[in-house]
Design a binder for this molecule. Structure first.
Ligand code: TXA
Ligand code: MG
Length: 365
């Protein structure tokens, strides 16, 4: 299949380009498009054939359900069996935006979209391109992240191209997305809301509204084979670069020292080593590791020191994280070490993705 690449203005999407993309969706095809969280791989949520194509393009197990994206509140009613009061409160506060809610589904939603579940995930994105596309298509758009299953979610159109070229009909290139981590998922089908996946809308922010909110175990720690996470996607080793990654956790100074020692061993053994650092810690690693590399010509090739963002601005870390993880695949590193981040607010979502990427390989110092 030939994939068309179309650039689009992220603030004022050109109507003719949106129309062309919407026609593909109406005809049962697939279009990748930007949202405020990550790029999505969209198809008609009400067309079982389109969801089958989505699973095939991603190489994704078909028991892992898709999120239906809507542009207006009027599109919600037909998809769900009921709208609980907790949902009304959350929607009022956070839609349109980076939040997905799990409802009991209506007859209209095919089981191929929900992976056989009797619930449906719905999100109303705020990104102008996503909203224009959903409106023009006239149907809810089922969209998982537009990556091959198991790879980090795409936050740039170039990431989508890496994974999806030749597998889908069109990629709308609206530049880098804003947030960079997938939406917060909240199940509102139970007595109390339950957090299934942390995101930009943090656990703390939801707890302000619902003090008794529960947190699904799969969103916190490793998922053992006997666990059944409420968000089936949480059981897969997501967001992962190809090389083994270790997170070093503890006081900042101790972490830097430990990472230098570990990276030093790897480099001496001739292994290509990826290091995730921050604007604040970068000069430290440069100084500590440069003598070890002896200023040799291939020093830069063996050490891949990447700044993910600044500790003073957690959103910069979220924004760059998946690009950094992907860059290690491109560079072909053998091993990766990362600093850890404070877990509160957005840091909770950052550490959730980082831990999954590391397969929960954490070294406490
Ligand atoms: O930010 C996002 O949510 C992005 C953009 C494109 O909107 N989409 C996204 O989709 O991250 P995906 O498919 O990569 O992740 C959706 C997650 C999966 O973990 C899936 O198991 C869960 O949502 N999910 C979907 N439907 C569900 C349901 N009915 N019950 C529980 N979990 C559900
Ligand atoms: Mg995904």
């Amino acid at each position: 299949m030939e994939t068309r690449f179309v650039t689009i203005d992220e603030r004022e999407p050109q109507a003719d380009r949106i129309e062309a993309a919407a026609k593909i969706i109406k005809d049962g095809g697939l279009v990748a498009f930007p949202t405020e969280t990550v790029y999505g791989l969209g198809g008609n949520a009400l067309d079982p054939e389109a969801s089958r194509r989505i699973y095939a393009a991603k190489g994704r197990p078909s028991d892992n359900p898709l999120i239906a994206h809507i542009a207006d509140f009027a599109q919600l009613g037909p998809l769900v069996a009921e709208i609980p009061e907790a949902a009304q409160i959350l929607m009022k506060k956070y839609w349109p935006g980076p939040m997905t809610l799990i409802f009991r589904k209506s007859q209209l939603v095919p089981e191929s979209t929900t992976g056989g579940l009797d619930t449906v995930a719905v999100r109303m994105p705020s990104h102008p391109v996503a909203r224009a596309l959903i409106r023009a298509a006239g149907v809810p758009i089922a969209a998982p992240s537009a990556n091959l299953s198991g790879r980090p979610s795409p936050t740039r159109a170039s990431h989508v191209r890496e994974d999806m070229d030749g597998r889908i009909d069109m990629i709308l290139d609206g530049g880098e997305v804003g947030i960079g981590l997938e939406s917060t998922i909240i199940d509102v089908t139970g007595e109390e809301p339950s957090l299934l996946r942390p995101g930009f809308i943090s656990e703390e922010m939801i707890r302000e509204l619902f003090a008794d909110m529960t947190v699904d175990a799969a969103s916190i720690g490793p998922v053992s084979p006997d666990m059944h996470p409420k968000a089936p996607g949480m059981k897969y080793r997501h967001y992962a670069p190809r090389a083994q990654m270790t997170i070093v956790r503890g006081g900042q100074e101790a972490v830097r020292q430990k990472i230098c020692a570990l990276a030093g061993e790897e480099l001496r053994a001739g292994r290509k080593t990826g290091l995730i650092c921050t604007t604040e810690s970068r000069p430290f690693y440069e100084e500590m590791l440069r003598p070890l590399l002896g200023g040799s010509e291939n020093a830069g090739e063996r050490l891949d020191l990447v700044t993910v963002g600044s500790r003073r601005d957690g959103s910069s870390i979220a924004h760059n994280l998946y690009d950094v993880l992907r860059s290690f695949d491109t560079a072909g590193v053998d091993v990766i070490y990362s600093e850890s981040f404070e877990e509160g607010q957005l840091g909770g979502a950052i550490m959730n993705r980082l831990k999954k990427a590391a397969g929960y390989h954490i070294l406490d110092v």
